[in-house]
Structures are given as C-alpha cells and as structure tokens.
Ligand binder design. Structure first.
Ligand code: C2E
Ligand code: MG
Ligand code: MG
Length: 663
C-alpha cells in the first residue's frame, strides 16, 4: 500500500505541482488544503502517513501551530516545506518537532521523491547533494555536479556576485524568482526557484537549499493564451488589442525620431454581399486571402491587424515621405483586387483605404484611428476602390456624422413619447386629371436643436450605423397605421409607397417583418408598395427570390430613382417589379434638353414593353407635366402638385376632392 500524504500549501500552483509529482511517484495524496484549520481537519479525517506543511499559510493560524496539533494529537509526522528560513520560523518548526527518528526518514523520503529539483549548497555555494528530481529535470547526474557552483553550469544568467552574501544578511532570508535553467543537453527551460540559507544554532549560515520547478508548461500555456488574446483566429494577423499596444509604442517612437508614421484603414467593398451570395465559408476564405495579400505588400517593420469583419489596419512606421503612404495604399488596393477563386468561382473584391499621418492627423492612437476611419469613409463616399488622405474638414464631417447618429439613436429610443420622428406624405397623381392615386411616405426628424432635418442628411448615416433597420421598421409601421386610419375615416383606398434601404433588403428576415407589420396594423398588402433603388437590387444576394416572396405576400415593388443606377434591362424582365420611378434628374430639364428627352423616352418605352407602371419624380412645372404625358408617362409626383404633407393635411386635401393641377 502506498503512503498517504496530505499537502498543506496555500500557493495553488505549488500545491498542484507537488501533488502531481508525489502521485507520479506512486504516493497517494489524500488532500490539498491551504489553511492551518483545514489541515488539522483533513489530517483527522484522512489520517495520512505524513503531512507536508507550508509554514506561512492563508488565515490567522501559522503552519507550525497546526503542525504541532497534528503531531501531538494525531501522532502524524509533519514535514515543513518553506522557503523561509529565518531563525524564528525555524525555531517554531523545531519546537513542534519531536525528536523522532521516523521523521528524519520521512524528510529524506520527501527529498528523494519531491517533484521539485533540490540542490544543497555549502557555505561557498558549492553543491553537496542533489535529489533525483534534480537529475530528472536537468539531465545532470549527481556525481557530475557535486562540488560545482550552480551559477557555473546551471543558471543561464548567474546570480550577482554578492547574491549569497546579501541573502545571508537579508531581513527576509530567502529569494525566489524565475530563472532560466540550462540542462545537460544545453536546452534551457524556465524555472521557479527558491534559495534559502540554513543556519546553525548560532545563527551562522552553513548551507543553502536551492529548490526549483519546471514552469515551462505554465509559460507555454501563458504564451498560447497571450497569442489567442492578441491575434485574429481566422487570419493569424494581430487583432485590435495588439493594434492598441503597438500603435501606442510606434507613436511614442515616432515622437522621438520625428519621422512620420502612417496609419492605413482598409475596408473591403461590398463584403457583406459576397458573404451572402457565396456563403460564410467563401467569405472567410476571401478574408484570409486578403490578409495574405496585405502582408505580402508590407515591409517587416509594418504591422497589419484585422479589426474584425472586413476591416484591416496597417501601421507603417518610419515613412520616408508622406506621399509614400499613397504608394502603399495603391499597392494594397491592387493586390486585393486580383481575382481569386473560391469554391470554383472567380471573385474580385475592391477596397477603400483611409490614410492618417502622425503627428499631423492625430498625436495619439485614438485620434489617429479616428482620422484614418474618417478618411476611409470619405474614400467610400467618393466611390469604391480608392484611397483618401485625411484632411481637417473630414474631422468636421466625422463629428457631425457622430452627432447625427447619436441623436437619431436617441430619437428612436424616445420615439413614442417625444415624436421627434415624423412621416410626411407626398401625393402621387394622375398627370392627366390630377387625381391622387397614391402617396409616398417620407421620413422627417424634428431635432430639438437643429429643427427639422431631412432624410438626405441622416438616411445614409442610419445605413452606415445599422440604425436604418429599426428606423425603417418604424417608418413602415407608422405608414401602415396612417393608411389604416385614413381608411377608417372613410377615405377610398390608395397606393401607399414606403422607401426601403439596402440594409433592410439584405436581411432575409425583412419579408417576415413586413408581413408582421401588415398583420399587426391590418393594412391591406395590395395597397402597400415598397420602393427600392437599383443599387439595392444589385447588392442583394438573391433579389429574385426575395422579390418573389414579396409578390407572394401581395405587396408591390417599385424601382426608385430609376435611370441613375445600372440595372440591366434583361434583369428587370425576370424580377417581380411592378413600377419604375423615373428619377428627378431626367425630368428637371424637360422639355428642351434633347438627351434627357431621349433617355426619358427610352425609359417610358422600356417600361411599357415590360408592362411596368411608371411614375415621374420631381414634376415642378406645367411644361414638364405635358412633356411627360406626351411621352406616355401617366403618373407623377412633385411640387407642381404638392409638397409632402402631414398625415392630417394629406387627408384634408383628399377630402376636399379638388383635382391636383394648376390649371
Ligand atoms: P425619394 O424616395 O426619391 O423621395 C423623393 C424626394 O424628392 C423627397 O425628398 C421629396 O421631398 C423630393 N421631392 C418631391 N417632389 C419634388 C420636387 O418637385 N422637386 C424637388 N426638388 N424635390 C422633390 P426627401 O423627402 O428629402 O427624401 C429624400 C430621399 O430620402 C428619398 O428620395 C428617399 O430616398 C430617402 N427617404 C425618405 N424617407 C425615407 C424612409 O423612410 N426610408 C428610407 N430608406 N429612405 C427614405
Ligand atoms: Mg422614394
Ligand atoms: Mg426617388
């Protein structure tokens, strides 16, 4: 039967290590406790053959007190484990020790079996004995090390010359710390080492006890955790935590050297579309490839990190000239743009790069990131696949964008109480007779300080921040509610158009949301028309099936701002689109501008051929109205007939039943 051992040690790692080593050698560890009170309780309960006792323990009672109790009451030998060897502690340990020969044997057993390497040094620091674990851990046989000084062969970096002398005089007479140990085969490992002097009755140091344990597993686990914490799992690039640290370091260095530092903010174009169209696995493959291409274009001193999603940031220290950042951006854009094959399909992706330079565009990490982000945003706004340097006016734009975003978020949260958001309705009329055939719902925002804010100022920001999803849902619900209340007030049915943005259409769940709002409000689906733009159509993963689902629901679909995008005509034929809305830019110069006339003519022809209904937008003059009618466009909306109106005014206008025309 193996000996049973109780380990009393308040440093969990040490206790575990010790227990592990003992078990490995065939001993049974009956318990590990951290306090003196628990030690006595466990010893009583489990009756171990020996107790390994740390002296300085958690809690009020010292190890020696518990040791004495265990010894006297239970007659179980106690071996003290301590790095402390100041006389007082030793004396306490001595006092608790019966001069038992058995105990000497137990102590020897511990020396022989402990998982920690032990070397006993004489007063000059020369090894007089080592335990078996010493040999296991270091590969040095006992005979080979006796009489040698550990600093000469064991420690990678020796202790200072007066280390042992200082230890002799130190008030807390022990040293512990991490040290690199060199094995016989020259491989080194990190160790946690204690060194403590042993004194005779007169207080003179006679020996030193040096114990150490291999902590390379702990260190490598730490390194692994560190790696996980600072790297992006998909690409292996650094992550935002790494960026933070490195950027601060580099900024610090750049402030000393005075050399410019560039921060490049890279954002892929239409990544969400690719992800939706080709699946997440393809999206991941794309991101990994982009990461490789980005790193391929960098110098060793540059750092690329993935911020998350499809965004990367690159730190370029020691920029020779500020203009060189543009060259890097161009190279990156070109590299990213190379076609790549994912699951047999060729994909090409663009990107935008925003560039900020230290110290001009920000003297700290936060400010630089902000500037590079603003510049990236501007690059996007100028069109896809390009780069932009930060400039001061962008800061203003960014600030305003932030204010709008925050304000809008607040407005949405407080909506039922504060009514900052409102809907207006612009009549859509029959061009010939001026009768109202429909209404387009247009959102307005009454800002507490800025007054009324139009959608052109906040819709894009709502898109970028994702706020468009709750905002769009609110608009839809509100419009349907208004439609139902007009019907309830006795007004005849009319077509109610609601604008829907790209983010909403990209969400598969949106059809269900619309169905839900229709059920909830009781608005007839046949009277609802959703307006989407051509570019929305193009960035939807599966426009055909989604439009099909809307048709199935009974809801109509219109293509807004028609003519400004790049819809392919053949596409329109296959999609469940009911109406096109001819963009105001074609109407504005009618009649008289030959090109616009021709385009409008062609659009009207196309719409008729495809049996699409059409509405002209922005009809402001009588001449425009008759020109459109001559071409065969029968419906329009615009200031000639009416501005957008509040729900109440719109209802009153219809009730007055006057045909809407100026003559
Ligand atoms: P849109 O859908 O093309 O709406 C027509 C815009 O033209 C409206 O501008 C309207 O007030 C304006 N308009 C109408 N008649 C005339 C005219 O004769 N002359 C001129 N110059 N303009 C005219 P508004 O209300 O500023 O809306 C601008 C855009 O904001 C809308 O263009 C639409 O794309 C977007 N929007 C408005 N409300 C919403 C909404 O609830 N959701 C989404 N996603 N977008 C919305
Ligand atoms: Mg519209
Ligand atoms: Mg429009």
């Amino acid at each position: 039967m193996s000996a049973k051992i109780l380990v009393v040690e308040d440093e969990r790692i040490v206790a575990l290590d010790l227990a592990h080593g003992l078990e490995h050698l065939g001993y049974e560890v009956v318990g590990m406790v951290a306090s003196a009170a628990d030690a006595v309780r466990m010893a009583r309960e489990h009756r171990p053959d020996v107790v390994l006792m740390d002296i300085h323990l958690d809690g009020a009672i010292d190890g020696t007190v518990a040791g004495r109790e265990i010894l006297e009451q239970l007659r179980i030998p106690v071996v003290y484990l301590t790095a402390y060897a100041e006389p007082e502690t030793q004396a306490r340990a001595e006092a608790s020790r019966p001069l038992h020969e058995q105990q000497q044997r137990q102590a020897n057993a511990v020396f022989q079996t402990m998982a920690e390497g032990i070397a006993i040094l004489d007063h000059d620091g020369l090894i007089t004995s080592v335990n078996p674990a010493f040999t296991t851990l270091t590969g040095h046989a006992a005979e080979a090390v006796l009489g040698r000084h550990p600093d000469d062969f064991l420690h990678l970096r020796g202790h200072s010359a007066d280390f042992y002398r200082l230890l002799d005089d130190a008030p807390v007479a022990y040293w512990q710390g991490e040290i690199d140990i060199r094995r016989a085969d020259a491989i080194t490992f990190p160790a946690w080492q204690h060194v403590c002097p042993v004194r005779d009755q007169a207080g003179q140091v006679t020996h030193y006890v040096l114990t150490f344990s291999d902590i390379s597993l702990i260190r490598s686990a730490e390194a692994h955790i560190h790696h996980l914490a600072f790297h992006d799992a998909l690409t292996g690039l650094g992550n935002r935590h790494m960026l933070r640290g490195r950027l601060e370091e580099e900024i610090h260095r750049a402030s000393r050297t005075g050399r410019p530092l560039a921060l490049l903010f890279v954002d892929l174009d239409n990544f969400k579309f690719i992800n939706d169209a080709h699946g997440h696995a393809a999206g991941d493959a794309l991101i990994s490839t982009v990461a490789q291409r980005v790193t391929a274009h960098l110098r060793g001193s540059d750092l690329a990190v993935r911020l998350g999603g499809d965004q990367f940031v690159i730190i370029v220290p020691d920029l020779p000239r500020i203009e060189d950042a543009a060259l890097i951006a161009e190279k990156l854009l070109e590299g990213i743009h190379q076609p790549l094959i994912v699951k047999g399909e060729t994909i090409q992706v663009g990107a935008c790069v925003g560039i900020a330079i230290h110290p001009d565009d920000g003297d700290n990490a936060e400010a630089l990131m902000q500037s590079a982000d603003s510049a990236m945003y501007v690059a996007k706004a100028r069109g896809r696949h390009r780069y932009a340097y930060f400039s001061a006016d962008m800061a203003e734009t960014t600030r305003e964008r932030l204010q709008v975003e925050q304000g809008l978020r607040r407005a949405l949260e407080q909506q039922p109480q504060r009514h900052e958001l409102q809907l207006e309705f612009q009549p859509v009329v029959n061009l010939a007779a001026g009768q109202i055939t429909g209404a387009e719902a247009l959102v307005r925002w009454d800002h507490p300080q800025w007054g009324r804010v139009g959608p052109t100022r906040f819709i894009q920001i709502a898109e970028d921040s994702g706020l468009i999803v709750p905002l769009g849902l609110w608009v839809l619900r509100e419009a349907c509610r208004q439609g139902v209340s007009w019907l309830a007030a006795g007004a005849p049915p009319l077509r109610l158009a609601v604008n829907v943005s790209v983010r909403q259409m990209q969400n598969d769940h949106f059809v269900e949301d619309v169905a839900q709002v229709l059920r909830e409000t009781g608005f007839p689906p046949q009277q609802l028309e959703l307006e989407i733009t051509e570019s929305t159509l193009q960035s939807m993963a599966d426009s055909r099936s989604m439009l099909g689902r809307f048709r199935h629901l009974g809801v109509k679909m219109a293509l807004d701002d028609f003519g400004t995008g790049f819809s392919s005509l053949s596409l329109l034929k296959h999609l469940a689109i009911d109406r096109i809305k001819i963009d105001r830019s074609f109407v504005i110069d009618l009649p008289g501008a030959p090109l616009d006339e021709q385009i409008t003519h062609a659009i009207v022809h196309l719409a008729s051929a495809l049996r699409l209904q059409m509405t002209a937008e922005g009809v402001e003059t009588e001449a425009q109205r008759s020109s459109l009618m001559d071409m065969g466009c029968l419906e329009g909306q615009g200031y000639l007939f009416s501005q957008p109106l509040s729900g109440g005014n719109f209802h009153a206008l219809r009730a007055s039943a006057a045909p809407m025309s100026l003559h």
